[in-house]
Design a protein around this ligand. Structure first.
Ligand code: UD1
Length: 433
């Protein structure tokens, strides 16, 4: 087990290159099994959630060639099982995309119930409703296995009761190979929905309207080979934007689609940060302590819930009182207790956090409660006076590639060490003094 040790107080300066979008990768990898021909996927983030899904895909018999850390070739022609259940698959949210992909291709799927970060109850009723509308019988079996079976999948008109990223992608996957037309209304519009749709279209699917709230899919009989490069990760980029702002740094964040970052950029500008946009990069410069604001998480193009802990951390260091409202997940303020140990003044009431900005944080021993909260605690550690030790960084490694390496390259004093390695801890403390 590893932990991060951070000595805060240095502004981040320099350039960082953003990797492929984890949440797009999960949908795309699942979609890749739907062809009986080789599908090459590039710009894959080398993170644990993605690697677990790739193992699961190999586990059901697909040919998986890992060409390098960021490229994989998948051929679904040798798949011999529609049953996906092993220890790790339950831990990742994206496992449920195998349900849509297998159901679409074979009219049959059995997948262990998805896990993912513990940020709320995370129901899958909308996925179920979508599959049922396409003619499948969906059951929760013993041992937390979801099974979906149809004699024939037939296109349908589906109105989602809640805007769900997962349900939109899952229904898109299944409907791509259903008979006839499917319409998904009240669809999610996140950039990775568009990316998964573009990918499926590159395999011969017929999906229109992704990125709007009405998606139209004409089912095709077969999907074919393709080569596809995943879009940059909006949340990784946003996390580095916040880190630059919080440390009063100057960072050029490269390989991004600035449009996808609009909600984050707008908030940073509103509180006094400089954000300069280029074709495929953004530069974030903060010269002084920033101001306060109100943030409410919403489906895209609103402020992303996956950026909520990071912006709250920044606002906890800004002037005045800010309010952050979480409207997507009910249990996403668990990091507040950890931030309080570092000196933050945040009161949570229901889905709202009232933040009274403090001048600085003090380093402390803290623990990552989930992926994005873990990232926020790293940002806190980078700002804090003294040393911060952050445990449970396996959450962070689910979704950020070489997180520490990227911060170190920007000038941070930070290291990943074994939790029991007292010597490494002492050495680090001596080195950065
Ligand atoms: C995805 C992302 C996650 C991000 C979230 C919102 C992946 C692997 N994860 O999660 O990082 O935080 O989108 O942008 O891509 N809901 C239902 N019934 C359902 C499905 C969802 O009520 O069947 C509710 C959820 O409880 C939540 C809201 O809808 O309140 C949004 O969830 P959803 O967009 O589905 O999130 P995920 O796909 O789980």
């Amino acid at each position: 087990m590893n932990q991060y040790i951070i000595k805060g107080g240095k502004p981040l300066v320099g350039e960082v290159v953003i990797g492929g979008a984890k949440n797009a990768a999960l949908g795309i990898l699942a979609g890749a099994i739907m062809a009986d021909e080789p599908v090459l996927i590039e710009n894959l983030p080398n993170v644990n959630d993605v690697n677990v899904l790739i193992d699961a895909i190999a586990g059901i018999g697909a040919i998986v060639e890992r060409i390098d850390a960021h490229t994989v070739r998948i051929n679904g022609k040798t798949i011999e099982s529609v049953y996906v259940d092993y220890e790790y698959i339950k831990k990742i949210r994206g496992s449920y995309y195998l349900l849509g992909a297998l159901l679409g291709k074979y009219n049959d799927a059995q997948v262990a119930l998805p896990g993912g970060c513990n940020i709320g109850s995370r129901p899958i009723d909308q996925h179920k409703k979508g599959f049922e509308a396409l003619g499948a019988v969906v059951k929760i079996e013993q041992g937390g296995i979801i099974s979906a079976h149809a004699d024939e999948l037939i296109g349908s008109h589906i109105y989602l009761d809640v805007v769900s990223v997962g349900a939109t992608i899952n229904i898109m996957l299944a409907a791509s190979m259903a008979k006839g037309k499917t319409i998904i209304e009240n669809a999610a519009k996140e950039p990775h929905i568009v990316d998964v749709a573009n990918f499926l279209n590159s395999m011969g699917a017929n999906i229109k309207g992704a990125g709007t709230d009405v998606i139209r899919i004409k089912g095709v009989e077969k999907l074919h080979k393709s080569e596809y490069s995943i879009i940059p990760d909006q949340i990784e980029a946003g996390t580095f934007m916040i880190a630059a702002a919080a440390t009063k740094g100057d960072v050029l964040i490269k390989n991004v689609i600035p449009k996808h970052l609009d909600a984050i950029s707008a908030k940073l500008v509103e509180i006094g940060c400089e954000v300069e946009e280029f074709d495929d990069s953004v530069r974030v410069v903060a010269k002084e302590r920033l101001g306060n604001t109100q943030v409410k998480t919403l489906p895209y193009p609103g402020f992303p819930t996956d950026m909520q802990p990071q912006i709250a951390t920044l606002l906890a260091l800004s002037k005045g009182t800010s309010v952050v409202t979480e409207s997507i997940f009910e249990n996403r303020f668990k990091y507040v207790a950890e931030l309080a140990r570092m000196g933050a003044d945040i009161k949570v009431e229901g889905n709202m956090a009232v933040i009274n900005g403090v001048e600085s944080f003090m380093g402390a021993a803290v623990s990552a409660p989930d992926l994005r909260a873990g990232a926020a605690l790293v940002v806190a550690g980078l700002v804090a006076e003294g040393f911060t030790i952050l445990d449970q960084i396996e959450y962070i490694e689910r979704g950020y590639e070489d997180f520490e390496g990227k911060f170190i390259a920007l000038g941070a004093s930070m290291e990943k060490i074994d939790v029991n390695d007292e010597k490494a801890l002492k050495k680090f403390k001596l080195r950065v003094g």
